[in-house]
Design a protein around this ligand. Structure first.
Ligand code: NAD
Length: 491
């Protein structure tokens, strides 16, 4: 353990936070001996250093996953399920320590971090339950000549690449179905938040996961390291969560090996408040959809479309609620909004707000970075945002709510679908029939109908268009790590 700051001591005392690579069941240094600094975004202080892998380590990790693949695939679904259930129990038992760790390295408030740990642990439980329920199919060929027997087999060695915004949940959402399916894996967490991923891996080791079934590679050079893993002979699958831009790069690399791909990419979620919405309810949902994780979520409401009849009431309520939030360091119990993940994130949010203002938007709250140390950007509300403002077309990934007024249903449907991304949409109306009818017109993989939160381990999470390929969670998330095998047989 090489945690360098006393602030992590309370965590380190109760959670085993390794800081080396996990390869073939052993914690080991990077082959080049390099280390990578993990920083607290609230203070910029170095929290810890972790091993900084290179291509050689990546290859060794895939080798280790390949060496254990046959044995793991041969274990019973119940054996794998028992192990995942023990991981669920241990993760819940350690939820406070894990929440503190997430809050420290990611910056999110403790309340958000606690919510994430609970959500993350549920993927272990869900896939422990789901893994033993998987059924094949038996049919007869239409001509009656033979039987059609279909079983599902693990796809094999899987490379899992995760972002920093949900460092625990994005990892367990991939690890749990991969292991339940009988796949071995290499996890490559984001360089900003490697400690949480390592702590999750340590939990799996502690509950008895065999050597080599899960390997973890932390690195400051994701390009060459991930490429080495994807082009490795033994790799069969890549499951990626992150930006659409990087997703495209990985899809190109995966094409050469015709790898199975699951892609959870960026979002540009519209939040639509119709004239017949319950405005109080919509405001409550808006606060969750916009402010969870300080707006740093792929599911974050990115653009608000509010009907003329309720626009002013909604905006006044939003300004009041967002203005009342307390900014501070994530681990401070009074904090409701933490810092953004790094300086680049602050610069990006700032440039989107400036662009909107230059094009005519009005700032009703916030509108410029806090100044001083730490990567803080205050909750911001913009109104009269013109269609060509970048903030309506790019992922904000921060606590900024741009509001657009509309007065026709057809107009708003056209506007919300005018994007290459299609992860989630939010819609508020008291008329559920109308809501369901409009949901069918929304080009997104998920819809929050009178709900500001859609994430659920039991539901298929994923996007349409350039927001991704495949689904995570639910049975579909398990099938992503499996391949159907059909046996033609007669008896
Ligand atoms: P990112 O794409 O920059 O990084 C994601 C992961 O890819 C990290 O592990 C990173 O190290 C790695 N990576 C970066 N460059 C790479 C390269 N050239 N080759 C291989 N790997 C590379 O995204 P981020 O900034 O960490 O996360 C924010 C993005 O993730 C947002 O766009 C957000 O919408 C998206 N996201 C999507 C979902 C979803 O489920 N759809 C969930 C969370 C986040």
């Amino acid at each position: 353990m090489t945690l360098v700051d006393d602030v992590l001591r309370p965590v380190a005392d109760t959670v085993d936070v390794p800081t080396d690579l996990l390869v073939g069941g052993a914690w080991r240094a990077a082959s080049g001996g390099r280390r990578l600094e993990v920083r607290d975004p609230a203070t910029d202080a170095v929290l810890a250093t972790v091993a900084d892998a290179d291509v050689e380590d990546a290859t060794a990790a895939v080798d280790a996953a390949a060496a254990s693949a046959a044995d793991w695939a041969a274990t019973s679904p119940r054996h794998r399920a028992d192990l995942l259930m023990r991981a669920f129990d241990l993760m819940r038992a350690r939820s406070e320590e894990l929440a503190l760790l997430i809050s420290l390295e990611n910056g999110k408030s403790l309340a958000d971090a606690r919510g994430e740990v609970a959500y993350a642990a549920e993927f272990f439980r869900w896939y422990a339950e789901e893994g033993v329920r998987l059924r094949g199919q038996l049919g007869q060929s239409p001509g009656g000549a033979n039987r059609l027997l279909v079983t599902y087999l693990p796809v094999g060695v899987s490379v899992l690449v995760t972002p920093w915004n949900f460092p625990a949940a994005m990892a367990t959402r991939k690890i749990a179905p991969a292991l339940a399916a009988g796949c071995t894996a290499v996890l490559k967490p984001a360089a900003e938040t490697p400690l949480t991923a390592l702590a999750v891996a340590a939990i799996l080791r502690e509950v008895g996961l065999p050597d080599g079934v899960l390997n973890v590679v932390t690195t400051s050079r994701p390009g060459p390291v991930v490429e080495a893993m994807l082009t490795h002979r033994s790799t069969r699958m890549v499951s990626f969560t992150g930006s659409t831009e990087v997703g495209r790069v990985l899809l190109r690399t995966a094409a050469d090996k015709v790898l199975k791909c699951a892609m959870e990419l960026g979002g540009n979620a519209p939040f639509v408040v119709l004239e017949d919405a319950d405005v109080e309810d919509a405001l409550e949902g808006a606060m969750v959809a916009k402010m969870r994780n300080g707006g740093q979520a792929c599911t974050a409401a990115n653009r608000f479309f509010v009907h003329d009849a309720v626009h002013d009431e909604f905006v006044a309520g939003l300004v009041e609620r967002m203005g009342a939030l307390r900014l501070g360091a994530g681990p401070d119990p009074d904090t409701q909004v933490g810092p953004l993940v790094n300086e680049q994130a602050v610069d990006k949010v700032d440039s989107l707000v400036r662009d909107a203002v230059e094009r005519g938007a009005r700032v009703l709250l916030g509108g410029s970075p806090g100044g001083g140390p730490g990567c803080f950007y205050p909750p911001t509300v913009l109104v009269d945002v013109p269609h060509d403002a970048r903030v309506l077309h790019e992922e904000v990934f921060g606590p900024v709510a741009p509001v657009v007024r509309f007065d026709s249903e057809d107009e708003v449907m056209e506007r919300v679908n005018d994007t290459d991304l299609g992860l989630v949409s939010y819609l508020y109306t008291r008329d559920v029939g109308r809501g369901l009818r409009l949901a069918e017109r929304l080009e997104s993989g998920m819809v929050g109908l009178n709900r500001g939160l859609v994430s659920d381990p039991a539901a298929p999470f994923g996007g349409t268009k350039q927001s991704g390929l495949g689904r995570e969670g639910s049975t579909e998330g398990l099938l992503e790590f499996m391949e159907a095998q059909y046996v033609a047989t007669s008896w």
